[in-house]
Design a protein. Structure first.
Length: 383
């Protein structure tokens, strides 16, 4: 309990002693968001046709180092489309992690895939390359005719691997991509939480064939709701724009659609906010870095396990996290902090425990369960 009191005291020093409630993360608007919104409304181009959509895509591509970026209504739809572009067919298996937000598994399912869950690492909270290799070596084989990786137990194609960069901390993505290549499987990165994070100097979301980013209201920058697909593959970027705009063939007046598409494009209104947010992203990232350093110093002094990310990575510090001794201490901490006006949250329940995914294959998820019992997020917003 003393540790809980000390952490609450530190958080109030960081975020304001007189605040009745300190949220986990809240959006801030420090730039030209209102100006751009007014210009957008005055122009009457408030749907997906408008200059801000293109400008926001250009900003994200430049910032991440990706050649192409395609704006969509949210990160979940972006991941669904990325999996569709990667060739996931109905009934295919897609390997991911159970310690993630449910959207990762939902996007796989919406794309027609079946999630398979492998374990994560304790230091990154992200997919373990070793666990991935072990599962593939034990459960897969290469089909000689199709040259596809198959699950020898189910007979289904394993068509993609979806690692997630948890709380903005890069997983060992380079190693994961290497393992995937050895088994002939494509990687689609769930970088929803990691705008501004780098692994060995390269931005997350750019290691796999495709990656996605989220701009939900609680992310490092927000468009209210929104997501982005990023890739270096020109043809996939072109097709992403096409199928997310109802697969409509350009024509002055005719309504011609050449395949089943989605109405998934980001609106000009949302993009206008995003353009303003991106103009201040360095300010947001620096502020979050300072907060994370304050937490790290405090935790080291108090003997509390803080999740700092890998030394070979640079995290955006989206959500700071601590690891407590056991589930009982976790629950006591959550009760005390939330009862004293400081919002804290546990890490997600493992996806394989949810009713709709309870029959999915998994590898035992030893580390995932250990982390579920202990990890708590503490306030990480702009201050």
């Amino acid at each position: 309990m003393d540790a809980s009191k000390d952490i609450v005291r530190l958080i109030r020093e960081l975020y304001g002693q007189n605040k009745a409630f300190i949220p986990l993360h809240a959006p801030v608007f420090l730039g030209n968001e209102k100006k751009y919104l007014k210009e957008c409304i005055d122009s009457t181009f408030v749907s997906y046709v408008g200059k801000y959509v293109t400008q926001f895509e250009d900003q994200i591509a430049k910032f991440t180092g990706a050649k192409y970026a395609v704006a969509m209504v949210n990160g979940t739809t972006a991941l669904q489309v990325a999996l569709q572009l990667a060739g996931v067919k109905r009934g295919d298996e897609v390997v991911t992690q159970a310690l993630t937000f449910v959207a990762s598994a939902n996007a796989i399912t919406h794309a027609g895939g079946i999630p398979v869950f492998v374990d994560v690492e304790e230091d990154t909270l992200g997919m373990s390359p070793d666990a991935l290799r072990t599962w593939l070596e034990s459960n897969s084989e290469m089909d000689r005719k199709t040259k596809r990786c198959m699950n020898k137990n189910t007979g289904k194609v394993i068509s993609a691997i979806v690692p997630m960069h948890t709380f903005g901390h890069p997983c060992r993505i380079e190693e994961i991509v290497k393992v995937a290549a050895e088994f002939g499987i494509l990687v689609v990165e769930d970088a929803a939480e990691s705008l501004g994070s780098y692994y060995k100097g390269k931005h997350t979301g750019t290691f796999g064939l495709l990656g996605i980013i989220s701009f939900n209201g609680n992310k490092t920058i927000t468009t209210g709701g929104g997501g982005m697909l990023i890739t270096d593959n020109e043809q996939m970027a072109i097709r992403a724009k096409h199928i997310t705009t109802t697969a409509k063939v350009p024509h002055p007046w005719e309504f011609v659609h050449d395949e089943i598409g989605h109405n998934f494009r980001m609106t000009n209104v949302n993009a206008a906010i995003g353009v303003g947010q991106m103009e201040k992203i360095d300010v947001y990232l620096e502020n979050k870095r300072e907060t994370a350093e304050a937490y790290a110093t405090f935790c080291q002094e108090q003997g509390i396990d803080f999740v700092p990310g890998l030394t070979e990575s640079k995290t955006n510090n989206w959500l700071n996290a601590i690891i407590l001794e056991d589930r009982s201490m976790r629950d006591d901490f959550l009760t005390y902090t939330n009862g004293h006006g400081v919002m804290t949250r546990p890490i997600w329940n493992l996806i394989n425990k949810l009713e709709m995914y309870k029959n999915c294959q998994h590898d035992g998820l030893k580390n995932s369960q250990w982390l579920e019992d202990r990890v708590v997020n503490i306030p990480s917003g702009f201050r």
